[in-house]
Design a protein around this ligand. Sequence first.
Ligand code: ZN
Length: 180
Amino acid sequence: MPSSRPEAVGLLLRATRFAAWKHRDQRRKGQRAEPYINHPLELAHVLWFEGGVRDETTLAAALLHDTLEDTQTTVQELQGEFGEEIASIVLEVTDEPSLDWRVRKKLQITRAKIASPRARLVKLADKICNLRSMISSPPQRWSVERRRAYFDWAREVVDQLRGTNPSLEERFDHVFRQRP
Ligand code: ZN
């Protein structure tokens, strides 16, 4: 069946390929050490199939969401490849690496409150995927207390995002109920 939106398909393929290349040598920190790219792919999948999100800009930003934070990619590079809008969404969901991790965690909560609608969707999907990974493949050296604290912090972030996508919020609440 020919797509009615070939440019959307092209964009998503470009974003997938770009992210796969940038994350090519990375693994997730869970005990399964899955290829890193599984994570952004999962986000896009959750947005489409569980959140009903059909906006390709949001989906592309989800595929690219960790490239600034976890690879050598620059904002300028994202702007050049994918345009201002997608680059700015990725920037919105990127932690400032120079800050102490406690400050970064706090900042995520305050920044979530003022995030753009597309960044809010990416954040929601990210938190759903991260908690699911924390259950299916927890980082080996993390104590139960640390995992609990991670769940609680994720919920604090998501509480700032409520009213964005009821279906995703419900998915989040569902996974949160499996808090260790
Ligand atoms: Zn992520």
